[in-house]
Design a protein around this ligand. Structure first.
Ligand SMILES: Cc1cc2nc3c(=O)[nH]c(=O)nc-3n(C[C@H](O)[C@H](O)[C@H](O)COP(=O)(O)OP(=O)(O)OC[C@H]3O[C@@H](n4cnc5c(N)ncnc54)[C@H](O)[C@@H]3O)c2cc1C
Ligand code: FES
Length: 339
């Protein structure tokens, strides 16, 4: 069986009982995707010919109306026949090649009680090109994979920096906190993802909004912007529960102190009374809304937990943010495969 992608007319082989998206990624096509769990809708395509089925039933991210209009979610769809699929977005020309690379853990640094920075050294002979905002998948035994955003910027890719939040019972993140040693060998695949900074000629404010380890891709974008020089006002909003979770707070405050057009706004959601006397409190999207009556000519890049992204997507259009100018990376996590 084969998949033909329109309008690019690329053809890739399909394996029986394997999701269409996986086959496309295995063939090195960087199709839009994020959660791989059927919830984020990033991998939506229109089925022009052929038949598919969903082994676990219609995924949550696909409405009945979308399904009857011919839309499918490629991360969940399994082909019954040859398929012709039109992508929601065209494949951009010059897309960075997705590579599977071995890498060594060069350094581990505890950033917060439940966040570890993992620095990975890539093979010296391999070039690894990516865009600020993208992520990699860490490949685990048994064809499992876990997504982590790249916190280092493209101009400084000698070590790849990841921020891993500990998830209770999490197969990979628990290993990062208990047992992963400097020198250990990992395998990664990337760069992945369509959340990436797009330079523009706009002069309005640029808002970078992070929740938790959503700071990772935001740090990559910010370091990239600082490297090239700020040509517009940049406002970094960082939401965390407590002060101790505001990792990179000192670095962000120092950069804002020496960069006139950079503004840093940390916001605590579960502050103690003492913390509330020192810091701004509430939800990070509420702080954005309180500070900006109008977001006309603004661009917003937001990364973090799905509820934060959903709240921004619901509220920002009413502030005049133009369609397409909210760029977001929702840290969805797929339901776990057995075994
Ligand atoms: C595009 C993208 C980028 C991401 N970037 C980052 C990043 O930079 N840093 C980061 O820490 N995470 C990031 N994530 C989330 C991360 O991929 C998941 O949290 C991952 O599943 C953790 O792997 P694990 O093996 O430790 O846990 P798993 O073995 O995958 O999960 C164990 C259990 O916890 C649940 N679970 C998994 N993740 C979470 C979570 N975040 N919150 C609550 N429950 C969860 C699972 O459903 C499962 O029941 C990103 C996700 C996406 C889609
Ligand atoms: S729904 Fe397919 S990648 Fe999220």
């Amino acid at each position: 069986m084969k998949l033909t992608l329109k309008p690019a007319d690329r053809t890739v082989p399909l394996a029986p009982e394997r999701p269409v998206l996986e086959a496309a990624l295995a063939a090195r096509l960087n199709l839009p995707h994020s959660c791989r769990g059927g919830s984020c809708g990033a991998c939506l395509g229109r089925l022009l010919a052929g038949r598919i089925h969903y082994p676990r039933g219609r995924p949550l991210g696909l409405s009945a109306a979308e399904e009857s209009a011919g839309w499918i979610l490629l991360c969940q769809a399994v082909a019954d026949t040859d398929l012709v699929v039109e992508l929601r977005e065209q494949l951009p020309a010059g897309e960075a090649e997705i590579k599977t690379l071995p890498c060594r853990v060069a350094r581990l640094e505890r950033l917060a009680p439940d966040v570890m920075a993992v620095y990975l050294r890539l093979p010296a002979v391999e070039s690894f090109r990516f865009r600020a905002g993208q992520y990699v998948d860490v490949l685990l035994p048994g064809a499992k994979r876990r997504s982590f955003s790249i916190a280092s910027p493209p101009h400084d890719a000698e070590l790849l920096e990841l921020h891993v939040r500990r998830v209770s019972g999490g197969e990979f993140s628990e290993r990062v906190f208990n047992g992963l040693a400097v020198g250990a060998l990992l395998s990664i695949e990337g760069p992945l993802g369509r959340f990436r900074y797009e330079p523009t000629a706009a002069t309005g404010p640029l808002l970078l909004v992070a929740g938790g380890t959503g700071l990772a891709p935001i740090k990559s974008i910010l370091r990239s912007l600082l490297h090239h020089g700020l040509d517009r006002d940049v406002h970094v909003y960082f939401g965390a529960r407590h002060e101790i979770d505001l990792y990179e707070d000192a670095w962000l405050a120092a950069e804002a102190g020496r960069t006139p057009r950079l503004h840093y706004v940390p916001v605590l959601s579960e502050s103690t009374p003492a913390e509330s006397r020192r810091r701004r409190t509430g939800l990070v999207h509420e702080a954005v809304l309180a500070d900006f009556a109008s977001l006309a000519d603004a661009d917003v890049y937001a990364a973090g937990p799905p509820p934060m992204i959903a709240a921004l997507a619901a509220a920002l259009p009413a502030r005049g943010l133009a369609p397409g100018r909210l760029h977001s990376d929702s840290f969805e996590y797929a339901p776990r495969e057995p075994g």
